[in-house]
Ligand binder design. Structure first.
Ligand SMILES: Cc1ncc(C[n+]2csc(CCOP(=O)(O)OP(=O)(O)O)c2C)c(N)n1
Ligand SMILES: [Mg+2]
Length: 602
């Protein structure tokens, strides 16, 4: 491969970063033919062209562990050691957010899988592909070691995660294991994407094989599934849009593909449609475009300028269409076009399918494939509308020391530098940052599981390594503390990343809920902090970074010190390090956030 070919393979998520590839090189074992069941599994993993396997070790997969180190030489996939299974899966989740493709993870028996469940749920709700490998047994009770093999063997282990994964399996032979790996990866990567789980019997891994399996071409077993819309439905949607007075586009889940991004812009411009986005998912429309109307928590004519005359709404896989329409306004009379595949992934256990929205025309297809077709079918805008002026980010110094202060300081210190925000805290306002390309922001944790931010950020930063973009993770203190050990993996594998911690020394979101309870019940609001505040002692988050080999900055207690600290932290990241900046913001949310959270029904 030429250097430029290997850079392209890396950008597509196929190749390991050269600096990471040099870490943890094993002594060559000289094994060149598969001798054990787990060698076959390892070979199948290599055929997937996936660079890494994030794992937390355990005896249930000691056979596979040996095969990756000594049969594959710890490369393709290369192990990324994680200190908690939740971090392992979150790293794969973050990697998928950037590359659009599944990475592999391995977790030990029932206990490792129990730790991984939160991160699998986040990936599931976020519709992100992840392949989770696990192990059990020996399934044959006669082969079990006393005690430990018994407590770590469960019947139907996949039941733990079946309700929030696309597929799971427990193959019983090397041939079936190879097939399961191809099928699982194919299912995970086929839209709507999601996690899959494959559970390998310890005995199957460790048993000798009599002869190698016949070679196969994995590409033929993982065919590309096209999820385009039929031409007549595209024409029907185009006619509805052309005939509309004012179109509103809900730009929801989207890929990081710049061509798909440009097509969304072309669609909005062809229709002079207003566009809203959603911080739950990655950047889907330039937030400095004149047609951009913000990322409101509720979409109403009052909250979003220019929506009074909306008569057609088109949802591009919006996460919660029924919720978006709930607050009325122009919506009851507007015709609704839904372009999404999401109805194909719903299951009964969790309600991540959201409310049932009214829909007048559905295109059961991937919006990234439909939008360019719509642009072609619509042609030039039949009725140009007055184009609003570009949105400006308010640049005045915010009052107090809040998350907005962090946004302001980052904007100042970063200027026009290409940045990827790998995570934003729960209390973030969309208009504090400008997203002008699809990699500017990769979206949130998906399932609202606090603690995902650090791991997702490390995975995203890994995928961005060598791209010239600065990965920036802004996490709440609660989120950081729950997932803090992901920092070690970033440091160990030389994955540069900037953590900026909005440390209000509290699970503050829940203080607001206690405030609401107190007001509703006429009880003392001043007690809302009890059982929520992480003070006395305050946790030294910079030291938690330093303890794992990162550069720690702070605590920053005055706005004036933040800019210089960020500049130093960015210099450390540019030098290849992980930087953790502990910013002691005041407990408290913006008025908008508080109002949204305390609205009836929240
Ligand atoms: C796994 C999990 N536990 C608890 C919660 C409930 N919860 C929602 S937001 C939040 C607080 C998060 O704290 P932090 O990251 O510091 O952000 P802050 O609310 O302070 O802005 C909690 C505990 C959750 N969503 N997920
Ligand atoms: Mg907090």
């Amino acid at each position: 491969m030429t250097p430029s070919q290997s850079a392209t393979a890396r950008a597509k998520g196929n190749d390991a970063d050269p600096a990471v590839a040099g870490i943890e090189r094993p002594t060559p074992a000289g094994a060149n033919a598969p001798g054990f069941g787990s060698d076959v599994i390892a070979e199948a993993l290599r055929s997937l062209d996936i660079p890494y396997i994030a794992l937390t070790p355990g005896a249930s997969y000691r056979g596979l562990h040996d095969s990756i180190v000594n049969y594959l030489g710890n490369s393709k996939p290369q192990m990324l050691l994680c200190l908690h299974e939740e971090a392992a899966v979150a790293i794969a989740h973050g990697y998928a957010k950037v590359t659009g493709k599944a990475m592999v993870t391995a977790v030990h028996s029932n206990v490792g899988l129990m730790h991984a469940t939160m991160a699998m749920f986040n990936a599931w709700c976020d519709r992100m592909p992840v392949v989770v490998l696990g192990a059990t047994g020996p399934v044959d009770a006669a082969k079990r070691r006393p005690w430990i093999d018994w407590i770590h063997t469960s019947r139907d282990q996949g039941a733990l995660i079946r309700d929030y994964s696309k597929w799971d399996d427990q193959p019983s032979s090397p041939a079936a294991a190879r097939e399961a790996i191809m099928r699982g990866t194919w299912i995970a990567n086929t839209a709507p994407c999601g996690p899959v789980y494959i559970n390998f019997d310890a005995e199957l891994q460790e048993a000798k094989i009599s002869e190698p399996l016949p070679p196969i071409d994995p590409a033929r077993y993982m065919p590309q599934v096209t999820t385009a819309a039929p031409a007549e439905l595209v024409r029907e949607a185009a006619a509805m849009l052309k005939g509309a007075k004012q179109v509103l586009i809900l730009a929801g889940r989207a890929s990081r593909d710049p061509q798909a991004w440009n097509a969304r812009v072309a669609l909005a411009e062809a229709l002079n449609a207003r566009v809203v986005t959603d911080l739950k998912v990655g950047a889907s429309f330039p937030t400095d475009h004149p047609l951009y109307a913000g990322a409101p928590r509720a979409i109403t004519p009052e909250s979003v300028d220019g929506l009074k005359t909306v008569d057609v709404i088109v949802s591009l896989d919006w996460v919660d269409l029924a919720g978006a329409l709930r607050y009325g306004g122009p919506m009851p009379s507007a015709k609704i076009i839904q372009i999404s595949l999401d109805h194909r992934i719903h299951r009964g256990w969790n309600m991540d399918y959201q409310g049932l929205p009214p829909i007048d025309l559905i295109l059961s297809a991937d919006p990234d494939l439909v939008v360019p077709e719509l642009v072609k079918a619509i042609g030039q805008s039949p009725k140009p509308h007055a184009v609003p002026s570009p949105r400006a980010v308010a640049d005045k110094e915010p009052a107090g020391f809040t998350n907005e202060t962090i946004a302001h300081a980052l904007r100042k210190v970063l200027g026009k530098r290409p940045v990827t925000y790998t995570h934003l805290p729960i209390s973030w306002e969309a208009n504090w940052l400008t997203f002008s390309d699809p990699l500017a922001y990769v979206g949130s944790d998906g399932g609202g599981g606090v603690g995902g931010g650090p791991g997702i950020s490390v995975g995203a930063a890994l995928a961005l390594k060598g791209s010239g973009r600065l990965p920036v993770a802004i996490c709440g203190d609660g989120d950081f503390l729950m997932g803090v050990t992901a920092v070690w993996t970033a440091v160990h594998y030389k994955i540069p990343l900037l953590f900026v911690l909005a440390n209000n020394r509290s699970f503050y979101n829940d203080e607001l809920h206690q405030e609401r309870m107190a007001r509703m019940r006429n009880r003392p609001v001043e007690n809302k902090w009890i059982g929520q505040r992480m003070s006395d002692p305050e946790v030294d988050l910079a030291a938690m970074g330093r303890a794992q080999g990162a550069q720690g900055f702070g605590p920053i207690t005055r706005p004036a010190d933040l800019g210089p600290a960020l500049a130093n932290a960015i210099a450390a990241v540019d030098a290849g390090e992980v930087a953790v900046v502990d910013v002691r913001v005041e407990p408290g949310y913006t008025a908008g956030m508080t109002a949204a959270m305390t609205r009836a029904g929240n």
